[in-house]
Design a protein. Structure first.
Length: 130
């Protein structure tokens, strides 16, 4: 983590592209959000969003390769960007389902999912009320 004594910085997490490793992505988001002063409800919203967006990358059964999550701590928000490195073409990029889109709209301030060079990528921004 890049840090100079403040709550700003960046954390990178690389995990296998398997659903059982997404817990680490949620825990990292929760820990950083707590450090930034997010409320309990805001932390839970962020965990839900991470779950929804990571699912877009790995699917329900996972895939060969890894996903990288970059958590950027800002004075008023946490920004998370996710991308995958997949050695073979996996399932076609289907985007976010209508239900997932509604959930994401309710729990984060901004979100975006798009096809990337190696697979889908995402970006979310969650501001805290403080």
């Amino acid at each position: 983590m890049t840090d100079s004594g403040s709550s700003h910085g960046e954390v990178r997490l690389v995990v296998p592209a398997m659903p059982e490793y997404l817990r680490l992505a949620r825990l990292t988001a929760a820990g950083l959000a707590s450090r930034l002063g997010f409320s309990y409800d805001e932390v839970e919203d962020l965990r839900i969003a991470i779950d929804e967006l990571c699912f877009v990358l790995v699917g329900s059964h996972g895939r060969p390769g890894s996903i990288t999550l970059v958590y950027s701590m800002l004075p008023d928000a946490l920004v998370v960007e996710g991308s995958g490195v997949f050695p073979e073409n996996g399932p076609a990029f289907a985007g976010v389902s209508e239900l997932s889109g509604q959930i994401l709209a309710a729990v984060v301030d901004e979100h975006e999912v798009r096809p990337g060079q190696n697979g889908p990528t995402f970006r979310l921004r969650k501001r805290h009320a403080n």
